[in-house]
Design a protein around this ligand. Structure first.
Ligand code: SF4
Length: 296
């Protein structure tokens, strides 16, 4: 059985067997777990349904998180779009709102599908679901896309932990964006090579993204970062579908990402000791929340 620790081998196997990457990945998962491939798809469908449910609930809520730092940004976007105002196409409007809807659900402690993490949970669902609605892709195509996204996350995670505390936000929102870009490319009929280019182009442009959450909460900057990186993932897919290639192969980008992650100061790895967390406003929020929660 092939080991999922690099993209090159998976691509070579897929090309040799004339299969899509998601088919190779699906078989690998089924063989590893000793279950039928259909069961893998059933499990992925459960995740997809959970993503759609989080989007639906998030779109219909203005409830603030318990910190009060987030919860009503999605509603503000929807309000703007209802007035017919937008810089974006209808499709990208959906990507943005679905992303905020999901990550705000996370901030409210609602149920989400961590993909790859809770802090980056808005990116993959918003891109897959919004684009599937816009382009009328059926559920099977969406499942193929989600398996493709999982494949990207799994191979990257063999090299570095997908956690802001270990490698900074490049390994959470950055990897989520690469997963979403690959998923979208798959849905749009990209070749295997284009799919990996979508992930590579996306990944290499977020190297060094730090994790500096205000008050240690997954809200500032995380909520809005999900919105930004969802649209950014669409760019990765768009470039790859045009035949634009990453000069640096994806396996080398992952190695570089690990190297950069190791060089990021521990102060910028979820410890809230630097960056946005220690700006005057970040510190003020941290102080006020500690007072509020100590004296409810
Ligand atoms: S900034 Fe840190 S906590 Fe927030 S999403 Fe990124 S990695 Fe997660």
């Amino acid at each position: 059985m092939i080991k999922p620790d690099n993209f090159k081998d998976f691509l070579a196997l897929a090309e040799k067997e004339n299969k899509k990457l998601y088919e190779i990945c699906q078989k690998y998962e089924a063989d590893s777990l000793e279950i039928a491939q259909e069961e893998i798809r059933d499990r992925v469908k459960i995740v997809l349904d959970a993503m759609k449910d989080a989007i639906k609930k998030g779109l219909n809520s203005k409830e603030k998180s318990s910190s009060g730092l987030s919860g009503d940004d999605c509603a503000k976007l929807i309000e703007r779009y209802k007035k017919g105002k937008s810089l974006f196409s209808k499709t990208c409007q959906k990507v943005l709102t679905y992303s905020l809807a999901t990550i705000e659900q996370n901030a409210r402690m609602g149920k989400i599908a961590a993909c790859p993490t809770a802090g980056s949970c808005g990116i993959v669902p918003s891109v897959i679901v919004a684009m599937a609605e816009a382009m009328d892709f059926d559920e099977e195509i969406q499942i193929n896309a989600l398996i493709t996204a999982g494949f990207i996350g799994e191979v990257v995670s063999e090299k570095l932990a997908l956690a802001g505390a270990v490698a900074g936000c490049q390994s959470e929102c950055g990897v989520a964006a690469a997963m979403a870009a690959a998923a979208l490319a798959e849905m749009c009929g990209a070749t295997n090579e284009q799919i990996l280019n979508a992930a590579a182009l996306t990944l290499k442009n977020i190297l060094g993204l730090v994790c500096d959450p205000v008050a240690g909460l997954v809200e500032v900057p995380c909520v809005k970062r999900n919105a930004f990186l969802s649209v950014y993932a669409v760019t990765g897919a768009e470039l790859a579908l045009a035949g634009i290639q990453s000069v640096i192969p994806i396996d080398e980008i992952v190695e570089a990402m690990k190297q950069v992650g190791d060089m990021i100061s521990p102060k910028l790895k979820e410890s809230s000791e630097a960056g946005l967390a220690v700006t005057p406003t970040g510190l003020k929020i941290t102080y006020e929340l500690s007072q509020k929660w100590q004296n409810p």
